[in-house]
Design a protein around this ligand. Structure first.
Ligand code: ZN
Ligand code: ZN
Ligand code: ZN
Ligand code: ZN
Length: 423
């Protein structure tokens, strides 16, 4: 039964969490060191845990065009990228400052969501993680400095993650798995969303027509300028108007007016092939020394100043190149570590704030690769959005509580750490 809910999605996720061995747990406790923030002191640790981690397959996310127009609806519990979020709890959406870039104040753009239920308790029968970011590279570079601040309250972020979970019996969806035939329906309608971004709750309404809702004044203004000005009719007039124009207005409420959302894809998750994952260091060393290194890789490697970065980048690149189309790597497993592209710009344990809601530690759960920007059609020039990896950390106990969308933590590693920190 349970597997049918997430068929084709993160099938291994639930299984893997059940395989936490006592050994892993010990390892984890051991890592509770201090606040020194010395990344180097964790290096040895990384290496031993990496070997353990290699035994469990990593879930690789690749982007596919959705099979059907209904494939990514919220009642199908999708993992998806681009477009608008398929909110799991469709009513109690994040509000206020949570929806905004803390740096420029623009509403954040939806990047992706991962359906990652946990079998360990009923409250996580459905569980989805949502990742948003500001599309401004200027903001992301400022975000870089913010994420190093240890005091969470003072961090101004341009990348945000939310975790939402529901028990099997809930008021939004049937307790039976969806039939996936296009006829599944949610049990109740969702909140009215912004007519511009289709992402955030539309709790402001156009004063003219009183029909189009907005998440923010910014989106109302941009919609007004981009054509709503011509179409907006006072509600008294539009009620008198002919049926076609009335229904057109109604449809506008549900449609997303913005053309700048990222294109929509389904995220299909497959296990990383295990037989390739065995002898990492051997592969890396042979890659560095052998003539298999092609010129572009060599050129990129030259751009790293330190030898550690060079080696770590080569290792990263080699691992990724086994499935070059991957955009996401998922591993919810005790002691799992991200695959860092560079050795600089990695957080220490103390850089990952504890869960704001229950105080538990946050554990690494998945990382997003910059390859996704290619699918999103983001230009590859100096001022364009770019990063080396985004690692998402979530509450280890995946705690419950009255807030439907709990903010989790993202660590962003920028492509060339040494040059960005000098700006
Ligand atoms: Zn911003
Ligand atoms: Zn909006
Ligand atoms: Zn209007
Ligand atoms: Zn928690």
């Amino acid at each position: 039964m349970e597997e049918e809910f997430n068929a084709g999605r993160i099938k291994g996720a639930a299984k893997r969490t059940l395989q936490i061995t006592p050994l892993d747990e010990e390892d984890q406790e051991e890592v509770q060191i201090d606040d020194s923030g010395d990344v180097d002191s964790y290096d040895d640790d990384d290496e031993t845990e990496e070997e353990d981690e290699d035994k469990e397959p990593v879930g690789l996310g690749v982007l596919e065009k959705p099979e059907n127009s209904w494939s990514l609806l919220r009642e199908l519990f999708p993992s998806k990228a681009g477009g608008t979020p398929a909110w799991l709890d469709p009513i109690n959406l994040p509000t206020g400052k949570s929806c905004l870039c803390d740096i420029c104040g623009e509403p954040l753009q939806f990047m992706l969501q991962v359906y990652a239920p946990l079998t360990e308790k009923d409250s996580t029968f459905h569980r989805t993680l949502f990742l948003f970011m500001c599309t401004s590279m200027t903001c992301l570079l400022k975000d870089q400095h913010e994420q190093w601040k240890r005091n969470q309250d003072k961090q101004s972020r341009s990348v945000k993650v939310f975790r939402c979970q529901l028990p099997r019996d809930n008021s939004f969806y049937s307790s039976e798995p969806p039939r996936n035939n296009g006829k599944d329906k949610p049990s109740s309608p969702g909140a009215v969303l912004c007519g511009w971004c289709g992402t955030w709750k539309g709790d402001k309404v156009c004063g003219g027509c009183r029909r189009v809702h907005y998440c923010s004044e910014k989106h109302q203004t941009v919609h007004w300028k981009s054509g709503h000005k011509q179409r907006c009719l006072p509600s008294s007039i539009s009620q008198d108007a002919s049926e076609p124009s009335n229904s057109k207005t109604l449809r506008e409420v549900q449609e997303v007016a913005s053309k700048s959302l990222w294109p929509e894809y389904e995220i299909a998750i497959t296990d990383e092939c295990e037989d390739n994952v065995s002898d990492d260091n051997g592969l890396v060393n042979s890659l560095i020394s052998s003539s298999r290194v092609d010129e572009s890789i060599e050129a990129l490697m030259d751009s790293f100043e330190g030898g550690d970065d060079k080696k770590s980048w080569a290792s990263f690149q080699e691992r990724i190149s086994r499935t070059p189309e991957q955009v996401l790597r998922y591993y919810r497993d005790a002691g799992a570590k991200p695959l860092w592209p560079t050795s600089s710009g990695q957080p220490s344990k103390a850089d990952i704030p504890k869960c704001t809601y229950c105080g538990d530690h946050r554990a690494f759960e998945f990382q997003v690769l910059p390859q996704i920007l290619y699918y999103f059609g983001v230009e590859n020039d100096v001022h364009s959005l770019d990063w080396a990896t985004i690692a998402v950390y979530t509450c280890e106990s995946s705690c419950d509580g009255h807030i439907a969308y709990k903010e989790e933590f993202a660590w962003v590693q920028i492509a060339s750490q040494s040059s960005t920190t000098q700006r």
